[in-house]
Design a protein around this ligand. Structure first.
Ligand SMILES: Nc1ncnc2c1ncn2[C@@H]1O[C@H](COP(=O)(O)OP(=O)(O)O)[C@@H](O)[C@H]1O
Ligand SMILES: [Mg+2]
Length: 224
């Protein structure tokens, strides 16, 4: 279970005001559940996903995932927890052009502390096959179309069978056919691994494909 309570992220503006850029009173996602984060651009979806992944520290509130309270972890422990338990599909993908596609995926297994190279290679190739990119294993990310890169990012996010998959607008800039490929893939992998899926979007078509939805509040100013 992912449990979020009274979560808030505030930043200081140059004029000295405190600005709330993300806020969640209560959000629970059970294992196997697939939840949308919906809100317009600038409403705080990416900030929220970064807090859940432990990439940025909230100003207040609590995030607990499968019994682990994030704020109890040191920076190093948070990095280790994320590498093992979270599959993050970044809005900007963050694929490494210096590495091949299969290396981009394999490195996520390495970061999770796995050393079984043969097994990782086997799983990587199976995932590439699943996302329809078996023939691109040795290509560099910048040689692939955006739709193909999105599928690599999905494969990289799920190589460790994470209990929590965070997908930040994973279908933005895709054509309709690729939107369905990515969504079906995420749903299938989430179901197989009994993972929790949190997927942010502002796309009506994506919204129509999911039952659970959390509306992210638009940012608001708070007096200093
Ligand atoms: N580190 C930061 N400092 C100041 N403002 C930020 C920072 N990060 C994000 N923001 C602002 O917070 C708001 C929410 O951003 P974001 O989480 O990226 O929204 P979304 O993903 O929903 O488009 C935006 O107005 C953005 O410009
Ligand atoms: Mg965003």
């Amino acid at each position: 279970m992912l449990e979020i309570k009274n979560l808030i992220k505030q930043v200081n503006t140059p004029s000295g005001e405190s600005l709330t850029i993300a806020k969640v009173e209560e959000l629970n996602v059970a294992s196997g559940e697939q939840m949308l984060l919906v809100g317009p651009s600038g409403s705080g979806k990416t900030t929220l996903l970064h807090m859940i992944a432990g990439l940025i520290v909230p100003t207040g509130g609590m995030i607990q995932c499968d019994g682990v309270v994030l704020s109890d972890l040191s920076l190093k422990e948070r990095d280790q927890w994320r590498a093992k338990n979270v599959g993050y599909i970044f809005q900007k993908l963050n694929l490494l052009n210096g590495l091949t596609i299969s290396e981009n995926i394999g490195i996520a297994a390495h970061f999770a502390g796995r050393n079984d190279k043969t097994q990782i290679r086997k799983e990587t190739l199976a995932l590439l096959d699943l996302v329809g990119l078996a023939d691109k294993a040795n290509s560099r990310p910048n040689r692939l179309s955006i739709g193909e890169q999105q599928r690599v990012a999905v494969a990289r996010a799920v190589i460790n069978k994470p209990k929590l998959i965070l997908a930040d607008e994973p279908t933005a800039s895709l054509d309709q056919a690729n939107v369905f490929i990515i969504l079906e893939l995420l749903k299938k992998l989430c179901h197989e691994n009994n993972s929790k899926l949190l997927l942010s979007t502002h796309d009506q078509m994506v919204m129509s494909q999911f039952k659970l939805c959390y509306q992210v509040r638009t940012q608001e100013k708070v007096t200093a």
